[in-house]
Every structure is written in structure tokens, then in C-alpha cells.
Design a protein around this ligand. Sequence first.
Ligand code: C2E
Ligand code: CA
Ligand code: CA
Length: 585
Amino acid sequence: MSNRADDTQLTEDRFRALVEHSSDVFMVVDRAGNVSDVSPSVTHVLGYDARDLARFVDDLVDEPDRERARAILAAAEARPGGEPVWAELRVRDAKGAVRWLEVVVTNHAGDSRVKGLVCNMRDVSERKGIEAELEHRAHHDQLTGLPNRVSFLARVDSAVEEAREAGTSLGVLYVDVDRFKEINDSLGHDAGDHLLHDLAHRLRSCVRPQDLVARYGGDEFSVLLEDLDSVGAATAVADRIADALGEPLIFEGHEVVLTASVGIAVSHAGDETTGELMRHADLAMFVAKDQGRSGWELFDSPVDPGEPVRRELEDELWDALDSEQLVVRFQPEFSLASGDVVAAEALVRWPHPTRGLLEPDDFLPLAKETNLIVAVDRYVLRQACRCAREWWDLRSPRERAVVSVNLSPRFLRQPDVVEDIVATMRETGADPRGLRLEITERTALTDIDQTVETLEALRRLGIRVAIDDFGTGYSSLSYLKRLPVDVVKLDRSFVESMDQLESDVAIVQAVITMSHALGMKVTAEGVERVEQAARLRRLGCDTAMGWYWTSAVDADAMADILQDGVVREDIPVVALARAAAAGGN
Ligand code: C2E
Ligand code: CA
Ligand code: CA
């Protein structure tokens, strides 16, 4: 921000001195984009001779972005006060290659020494490349190359919209491989991966090119059929899937025959929402499974039989909150350099009186549809703050660990969210320095101005902030730069795929480097093996969490871990890191 403030005070002399060796390119243009001055750095940044560039838009900006380029000049022209206008534009360098420039235009027309719009441009192509890779990763399954759940749901959303407008039908198939876990356990992970890969291929061959096949979850696939002629067309696809699976798969001499249970939901003229369609397909799949695997079932009930169950669960959850039935477990996060505990993430569980211990995925999606989630988040925050208060004196200030709490978008969007958090800390006596809040990339970027304001207020209080599930959402690194956060939490999928994909190692490295440059720490989630921890450590990752150390434990066990500093003495990376920290090698 400060360099932008400086812009307004730029004199022509300083301007020249500043830009001589800069990797930024400065240009002075009029409102039509005619260039009156350009810094010599344009030669080493873009290969041009300054004289080649007479017109900013036509000589430099790439075709698709010219309209936007004109728009930002017009916007800057309309701000004689010198408030900068910002954009990222594709340009062509002297060799004709496309490069991305971050362009900040400031109106200095009133300054007699400048008399124009100053464009400050920086090559951000490398960052854009990383963003594009992150973007692709976030929307595709790494193992099969198919689109993932997130992109599937987004496509169904727009398909429902289109069907509503055009009055057409669409179908969703939910494909669940039977007994996959058994196969995985008996033949091993590699075989499982191989089978899933092969299966993805077969599923693709059962549909039209315009249909969408996605990997929905571990051994679940989903299919979207748009412009469906009839319900029969959807069941025909299910029949083809059954046929395609009939052929045995061969892996390392083993012959495996897979079967799958398929649930089908068809919607006419976009009558159902995406959520309803998915629920219907899911339900039909369960019926298919119930009726002895390897078959399909069509959802045909006019009323959603899941509805009363959902309502009941909702009521029970409110009761559970009132009577403090929900429990909070903690999962420790470790420094990869010293092996010491640096954080404890609060993770909610619901010991349900009849359904057994419910995991967040079993009830948070439901809670997230209403304000229930705000109550859940507040509840967990309160419990976590109580623990933070209790644990505050367990360790010396230098070694103190933070308690980390997940916040949902709805919680963060409360108008009085900061007061809400402060009240909870007061009530429990927790020190703000002992608290970290986790919000996802998606939540943070939904209303970035508001988010920045909230996060800044929280950080002024001494509360730390982490970006959760990094790499699964928007992946806009330029926005990340604007967010006042302390920690970037790399999503588990990176750690998982780093074993097989060197491209993911490269991207993890890039994210770490970039985060460090922005003054943020990086933590990795889902570390299950020592090699993963070691590798992350070599890549410069600061901290990590995962089953390699331990899964989430109850508050008492977490207190023990904090007191002892380690989970289990037999964990080599801890021993190794400790030896290194103690001055060994
Ligand atoms: P998250 O914030 O990404 O939390 C990490 C999840 O990964 C946890 O699942 C944790 O048990 C799991 N995990 C940790 N280490 C490993 C590992 O080595 N391998 C694997 N496969 N998994 C590992 P959990 O507890 O089921 O939580 C799921 C999600 O539910 C959380 O994901 C978080 O988004 C949400 N959640 C949990 N508690 C709360 C809460 O109190 N409020 C809100 N808003 N969301 C919560
Ligand atoms: Ca989290
Ligand atoms: Ca996470």
C-alpha cells in the first residue's frame, strides 16, 4: 500500500531515478492511451524499445484484454484525486509471447510535471502460471484426471439453471463401487488406485462426449446427463455402466470384477435444486445397495423421504447445543524444524444418543444450511477458549501453542463477529494471543473488503488467522496478498498427491516460497507418513499436522501432549528435528 501512496508524490525526476533499474515498468499516457513517456526498464522486462510503444492499448495489450485496458484508463481518468485503479492484463512482449502484467494506473493529470495517467506495471506471469495450476488442481481429481466434486456440483448448478429456462430434463447418476474398501485392503493401495483409474476410463466410455463424469469422493463417481430425452436414457446409461464393469480388470495378475450400485435422479425443467438432486441420487443409490448390490435404482418418490429425518436431526442438534452434548477434540500441529507442538486444532464431534459418534461431515453440512452453524461455531469457540485458558500456563511464553478454531462463512459474516469473539474470550478468560481462527480461502474471498476489515480487527487484538484448505478454491494469489493472515494451511490433497506427482511438489514449493515472501507461515495437513513430513520439511514447510503424529484427541490428552511437548517418543521426525534443533546435524 505504501508504494501506492508514494506514487502520488512522484516527481518526474524521482520517477526517472526510481525506474532506471526497476523491474517495474512505468508509463505515462493520456486518456486515449497515447504514450508520452515510458521507463527504460520496458526493454529488459518486455523486450521493447521505448520508441516501439506509442499506444498503450493497441501496441502492448493483448486483444482479449483491450476493452478492460481502456476501461481502467477511463476509470483512472475519472479519479483526478489520484486514487489508483488496479487490474491484471495480458500483454504481448516484443517476441509476441503473452505475459501477465499487474497494472496500477494513477491519475497525475493535475501535476504539471507529469500531466497524465501513470501506469505502474509489473510482470506477474509466473504467479499467474501458479494460479492456473492451482485452479486446475482445485477442480480435478489428481488420480483419475476427472473433474472433482466441486466442479461437478458447479456444473449441475448451471445445468439446473439451463433446464429451468429451456424446460428440458437432466439426470444425475451416483455411482458407488461395491466393496471397494475390501479390495483396497486386500490388494493394497496401488491396486486400488489402478482400479479407480481404470474405472474412470470405463465410465467415460458409457456416456456421450458432452456428459460429465466426475470423481465425487473416494470410491464414488457421479455423472451428469444434460438434455435428457427420457428417463429411459438415464437408466440406459446405468445399464451400460453395469455392462462395462462386467469385464474383469487385471492388476498384477489378479483378476478383479468390480460392481457398482447406481442411484439415478431425474429432474424436469429444473424443478429440483442441485442439493435435492444429489440427495435423491444418493438415496436411490442406498436403495440399490440395499437390494443386493450391482444394480441401479431410480429415485421416483414425489416427496423427499429424507426430509423428516433432516428436520429431526436439526432439532436434535439444537438440543445437543443447549445441553452441551457436542464434544471438541484437538489435533496437534508440529513444527517441522523443532518437532515441538505449536497449535491444537479444535474439531467438533457429536456423540449422538442413537446414531453413534457423528463426525463433522455427518452433521455440519446440514447445520451450514441454516444459522445452526453459527451456534455450533460459537459453541466450539467457547469450549476451545476454555481449554486455551487452562493450557495457557502449561508452557513458557516462548513455547506457547495456539488453539485453532474453524469458522464458517456464516459465522464470519455476522455483523458483530468481532464483538462476538471478544465476548467469548472475556467470558472464558482466554488470552487472544492463544487463539487462532481458521477460515477457508473461499470464505475469505467471498467479500474480500469485509473480510480484510474483520481480520485486521481480530489481529489487532492479538488473534492469529489461518487460511484453511488452501488450494481447493479460488487460488487467487493476488488476493491472498491482500489478506492479513499469519498462516496458510495447505490442503491435505497436496500432501497426498506429492508422492506421485512431481508437478504437485513444484506447486507446493511455489506456494511455500510465495507465502514466505508475504510473511506467512505454511502448514500442511494430512501428513500420514514420515517421508511426507521429511519432504515437506525439506521444501521449507514450517509446520504440519496429521495421523503420522496422531489423530484428534480429547482435551485431557491434548493437555498431556502440550506438557510433554511430544506425542510419542518413537516418532523419528521429531527425534530427528530435535537433534537438529539441539545443534546436531
Ligand atoms: P479441516 O479444518 O480441514 O480439518 C482437518 C480434517 O482432516 C479433520 O477432519 C481431521 O481429522 C482430518 N485429518 C487430520 N489429519 C489427517 C490425516 O493425516 N489424514 C486424513 N485423511 N485426515 C486427517 P474432521 O475432524 O472430520 O473435520 C472435517 C472438517 O469439518 C474440518 O476440516 C472442518 O472444515 C470442519 N469442522 C470441524 N470442526 C468444525 C467446527 O467446529 N466448526 C466448523 N465451522 N467446521 C468444523
Ligand atoms: Ca481447519
Ligand atoms: Ca483444512
